[in-house]
Design a protein around this ligand. Structure first.
Ligand SMILES: Cc1cc2nc3c(=O)[nH]c(=O)nc-3n(C[C@H](O)[C@H](O)[C@H](O)COP(=O)(O)OP(=O)(O)OC[C@H]3O[C@@H](n4cnc5c(N)ncnc54)[C@H](O)[C@@H]3O)c2cc1C
Length: 495
């Protein structure tokens, strides 16, 4: 149970960061009989609820639904454009207008205490909380919190801003500002061709912006199977988005509304200000807004007075249970660990590590079994809500080969399946199943096409369960659904 004095409190588990991961970890600790507190510097619920998953998907859903309806013969006259005001209002609704009182209520019901402020580690199991600016009046002095068993750092990530001359001065958006904006730029320049870049390009094209997407690599979505990025590139171009591959923004400069060069100290003080971006292909783009989507890095709290092994970049080195090496009390979980990059995967880690902290007990000396986080390496699913959607789980062919598997890839035309033809007129899509030849089990799957997201979980189950192809053969997909692509795959694999 917690003990308090005027400016010091003690809990079994102290969780720094109240995003989805911190909430889940604290919940498991309390369910296991420990006391837990979450220290949160912004909104309880974190990135996902207010600046990432929920708002971005709310912006993307109307365009996807309209396009789907337009592709059904007999659906009648379906509007070509989304209702921008209604879409923004729906986004506001999904983020509860950036008000976290609902999540705070949930914390109360889960018997998790909340301290608002910025935490920093000042010694072994010792945390100091600084009130954030808005709260400074409430708590004049810093608060000390002591953890009896464990401290879990669940502080997520922050965006990487590349060192492009003039970029910072042009006041670029990160995905947080893009997700929360009410101003739809006439012309938007997105730097970065990963998941965030592709989703934001789709969303802002739907909202009416002229979008330029600049990617350094030869393909979009470079961590996925090649055909996924190729399909998304083609589709983005077909909907009028200017996609430039193997191209970099080399410098940015402020420009006036008429695109003339401008020198100002404070970009916000000039109405209609634009950004003139020079590109490595020799061209120039003048945009109303730049959005940086070039990756994220762990957002670790300040740590002083604690000695432990660090990576080259200074972040703590973790063992197999996400515990910082050379400590028996400090964990880094979720996006902050650098291993998870999605909410669902971070929550999976949180559930497991929360239970592990309970099992290891107050002394936390590692008597319990190591954590089984096998889904992190073998079967982490991810959906890109672009159009077409990309849904992947497990290993791509190159990743499987790096792991030493002898694999065979089976490529299937999703459009050739009866269920797809009924789903949408002229349906196009592709699926790749990656099979471990020796064990005859699935180790990876990638689906590309309209509405494939919901097909992913069947592949996740097959991979994590090591289901032999001979057994999968008895999992009969319903007719006429797109899942019949599994049957085509098994036929090709010789069953
Ligand atoms: C644009 C975008 C779209 C995304 N879409 C999806 C999606 O559709 N599906 C999906 O699964 N994932 C998606 N993600 C990824 C997802 O948002 C993250 O995986 C998830 O938010 C990570 O959760 P977390 O709890 O680890 O970190 P966060 O949600 O970042 O929470 C960390 C919390 O810690 C707090 N904090 C930080 N430092 C301190 C400190 N020193 N003291 C106190 N508090 C602190 C922060 O204020 C924050 O609230 C998306 C990401 C982006 C950027």
């Amino acid at each position: 149970m917690s003990m308090s004095s005027a400016h010091a409190k003690t809990y079994d588990v102290v969780v720094i960061g109240g995003g989805a991961v911190g909430e889940n970890l604290a919940d498991r600790a309390v369910k296991g009989g420990l006391s837990a507190v979450i220290i949160e510097s912004e909104l309880v619920g974190g990135q996902c609820s207010y600046w990432a998953c929920m708002p971005s998907k709310a912006l993307l859903r109307p365009g996807a639904a309209l396009e789907a309806a337009r592709r059904v013969p007999g659906a009648g006259d379906v509007p070509t454009d989304i209702d921008v005001a209604a879409t923004l209002a729906s986004r506001d609704n999904f983020t509860s207008d950036w008000d976290d009182s609902g999540q705070v209520k949930w914390l109360e019901s889960a018997r998790i205490d909340l301290i608002r402020g910025t935490a920093r580690l000042i010694g072994e199991r010792e945390i100091e909380v600084h009130p954030t600016v808005e709260q400074a009046g409430l708590a004049a002095e810093n608060l000390r919190v002591h953890a009896r068993a464990a401290v879990a750092i669940c502080t997520g990530t922050k965006p990487v801003i590349p060192p492009i001359p003039g970029l910072v001065e042009s006041r670029p958006w990160t995905s947080a500002e893009a997700s929360a904006t009410n101003d739809i730029p006439g012309e938007l320049l997105i730097i970065g061709g990963g998941v965030v870049g592709c989703e934001m390009a789709t969303a802002f094209a739907d909202l009416g912006s002229k979008v330029h997407l600049i990617a350094r690599g030869p393909n979009l979505l470079s961590s996925m199977e090649d055909f996924a990025g190729q399909a998304v590139t083609q589709s983005l171009r077909e909907r009028g988005i200017d996609v430039r591959l193997e191209t970099e923004v080399t410098s940015c400069a402020l420009a006036g509304a008429d695109s003339s060069d401008l020198i100002v100290d404070d970009a916000t003080s000039v109405p209609g200000i634009r950004t003139k971006a020079a590109l490595s292909d020799g061209s120039t783009i003048v945009a109303d807004q730049v959005l940086v989507a070039t990756g994220r890095q762990p957002n670790l709290p300040q740590i002083s007075g604690v000695e432990f092994a660090r990576d080259d970049d200074g972040s703590p080195m973790l063992d197999d249970s996400l515990r910082v090496q050379d400590t028996n009390w400090l964990y880094v979980v979720g996006d902050a660990s650098g291993r998870a990059h999605t909410t669902h995967q971070g929550k999976y880690e949180a559930r497991i590590i929360g239970d592990l902290i309970v099992a290891r007990g107050e002394s936390n000396f590692g008597s319990a079994e190591p954590a089984d986080l096998k889904a992190d390496t073998l079967a982490a699913p991810q959906v890109v809500f672009s159009r077409p959607e990309v849904a992947s789980v497990g290993l791509t062919v190159p990743q499987a080969q790096d792991f030493g598997f002898e694999v065979q890839a089976y490529d299937l035309d999703l459009g050739a399946v009866a269920g797809a033809a009924l789903h949408a007129h002229d349906y196009t899509g592709q699926v790749r199943f990656v099979v471990d030849v020796r064990r005859q089990t699935l180790v990876g799957a990638t689906f590309v096409g309209q509405d494939v997201a919901e097909m992913l979980h069947s592949a996740t189950i097959a991979i994590i369960g090591h289901v032999p192809l001979g057994e999968l053969w008895h999992a009969v997909p319903s007719y006429p659904t797109m899942s019949e692509v599994w049957l085509r795959f098994l036929e090709e694999a010789g069953w």
